[in-house]
Design a protein around this ligand. Structure first.
Ligand code: GUN
Length: 280
């Protein structure tokens, strides 16, 4: 069994981005800029956003952190996004989800300039992903593909089974795998005979958000198991996969933490650099 090390891969990507950013800065006198927008005080979201701004600094980007109170109105948020859309120093805009209930998430995502949509959540970019020509694709799914590539895991022709159909992970990772010529099955809470389906997976992506949902009885011998779960249980981070028994069967497996998690931010930075380069 090979333990997939997301920390190492993510550090390599960040290093490459840092070098390229320094070269571009020398050449153009400009630097990429990322604006993060956090509404409210959800502690997990606050940690994510803080980390995003910290890594921004490390790779040499400018960061614009906007922390707004939970009572912020939808109109105020839309107005802020309009300003960020117009700000030439801002190449990427990330609105941390979930948003408070009184704000229409779809409306907010639609208001972001698709060329600055480094999350890849704008319907234009979702559509481009479905067609297969998106520049900006969602960070966690793209990070998963980067991990598979780093470990030279073949995707073409393999049966990839995705557990979960969220707009943030399940659906976009299914598209990316399809683009790489996998045979893709998406499973969800209404799927019948779930175990029979997951046992066919050469590549199993667990993105259901339920601690230890995937047991060894759901996994084929020699499968590649990617755990996207970040479940907080009694202060500990627990994945969607029951690690020890599944690791005994898997050929490759990601740990939680230290697997997919660190990749998301690295790919967010990569998207920001891509968006910046289109403006040069
Ligand atoms: N909330 C959970 N994951 C994500 C993500 O990738 N981007 C944003 N903006 N919010 C999230």
């Amino acid at each position: 069994m090979v333990l997939i090390n997301g920390k190492t891969v993510s550090a390599e990507i960040r290093n490459r981005l840092m070098q390229e950013t320094a070269e571009l800065k020398n050449k153009t006198g400009r630097m990429p800029g990322l604006a993060t927008v956090l509404v409210g005080e959800d502690p997990a979201s606050a940690v994510y956003v803080r980390n995003k701004n910290k890594i921004c600094g490390e790779v040499g980007f400018q960061s614009f952190g906007q922390n707004l109170p939970a009572e912020t109105s939808e109109a105020q948020l839309l107005n802020l996004i309009k300003q960020l859309n117009e700000n030439e120093e801002v190449n990427g805009i990330l609105v941390q989800l979930p948003l408070p209930d009184h704000i229409d998430e779809e409306k907010v995502l639609l208001s972001i300039d698709p060329e600055k949509d480094v999350d890849g959540f704008h319907p234009i970019n979702v559509g481009k992903l479905a067609i297969g020509n998106a520049l900006l694709t969602p960070c966690t799914p793209t990070g998963i593909i980067a991990l598979l590539d780093y470990y030279e895991i073949e995707i073409a022709g393999k049966h990839a089974v995705v557990l979960g159909r969220s707009n943030i992970v399940g659906k976009p990772v299914a598209h990316l795998l399809l683009q790489r010529h996998a045979t893709v099955t998406i499973c969800h809470s209404k799927t019948k005979n779930l175990k029979e389906v997951t046992r066919q997976a050469d590549i199993l992506i667990a993105a259901v958000g339920r601690p230890h949902f995937v047991g060894s009885e759901m996994v084929k011998e020699g499968a590649v198991v990617i755990d996207v779960g970040i479940n907080r249980v009694e202060g500990k981070l627990i994945g969607d996969v029951e690690f020890d028994p599944v690791a005994e069967k898997a050929a490759f497996i990601t740990p939680v933490p230290g697997g997919v998690g660190p990749m998301t931010i690295a790919l967010l930075m990569e998207n920001t650099l891509k968006a910046f380069k289109t403006t040069l």
